[in-house]
Design a protein around this ligand. Structure first.
Ligand code: GLP
Length: 271
């Protein structure tokens, strides 16, 4: 079952996620991270970098794998997730440049792009800690409603709500790519631990359906209910539709001290 932590505001949600990530990196310097793009985890990435600097942590052994990528963008397009990762996420987290691998979504190489990416993740020993955001339609990565719950990395067609939500990065709806390469839901479920972060009232319905709705391909994030070590960190606005929020708050405020920050690092390939 997913553990649900309700933070008073987006800043404290980011700090909580950062503390879980940094505890992992401190214990296992060759952790393999799964990295989501999008606005939701950005503050947490910055907080990880700040904490790493404050504790003089050596992050040179940390590697990562991005969740997804748009198909067919010119290599210098600012919205290409590879470029977002190089420009914003690696510096924010104070990771080495190019330490986060991204799916290859170059036109002409797509037939085996998913298999090649899966092979790279396997060779790295699998993902220890996957950081996730969620779409307003319940997508994780770019696994749109209807995605197989056992899917692997592959080419997908973006849903219109996703293209509309992301048009701000492309200067208009028409120029948003139609296809992407995304880790599958099965790939995400293979991570040893998953942390989902969501803030703001716009995510309240998708968070309710993900955590309390039926497990269904119609709500891809609901697959996280099948993960044995998943944590959802949400702010009060994103928690607005949760039916059991009082219980989640009660459980969190009574969490045994020895389990904090929950529930200690996962074993990594360096252990
Ligand atoms: C994007 C990304 C996802 C991200 C989600 C939410 O389209 N492909 O990986 O988690 O949508 O984005 P945001 O955090 O900006 O709301």
């Amino acid at each position: 079952m997913t553990e649900v932590i309700i933070a008073p505001n987006p800043a404290s949600a980011a700090q909580l996620v950062a503390e879980i990530v940094i505890t992992q990196l401190e214990a296992h310097p060759s952790t393999v991270l799964g990295i989501a793009t999008g606005s939701s985890p950005m503050q947490a990435y910055l907080a990880v970098g700040d904490r790493a600097q404050a504790r003089s942590l050596d992050l040179t052994g940390v590697r990562g794998f991005g969740l997804d990528e748009y198909v067919g963008l010119p290599s210098d397009h600012p919205a290409m997730y590879r470029n977002v990762v190089r420009r914003e996420i690696e510096p924010a987290m104070r990771l080495l440049p190019d330490s986060i691998e991204m799916p290859d979504a170059t036109l002409g190489t797509l037939a085996d792009a998913g298999d090649r990416y899966e092979a790279k993740i396997s060779k790295a020993g699998g993902i220890d800690l996957q950081i996730l955001g969620i779409g307003t339609n319940g997508h994780i990565g770019f696994n749109e409603p209807g995605s197989s719950l056992s899917s692997r990395t592959r080419v997908k067609t973006l849903a219109e709500p996703t293209r509309l939500a992301n048009r701000r990065f492309f200067g208009g709806h028409e120029t948003v790519p139609i296809h992407c390469v995304t880790q599958g839901i099965g790939t995400i479920l293979d991570a040893r631990r998953v942390i989902l972060i969501a803030t703001g009232a716009a995510k309240a319905r998708s968070i309710h359906l993900a955590l309390e709705g039926p497990v269904s391909a119609a709500n891809p994030a609901s697959a996280l209910q099948l993960h044995g070590n998943a944590i959802a960190v949400v702010d009060v606005a994103a928690a607005g539709d949760l039916r059991h929020r009082e219980y989640y708050q009660f459980a969190w405020s009574n969490k045994p001290k020895w389990q904090r920050p929950h529930p200690g690092p996962v074993a990594s390939i360096d252990s």
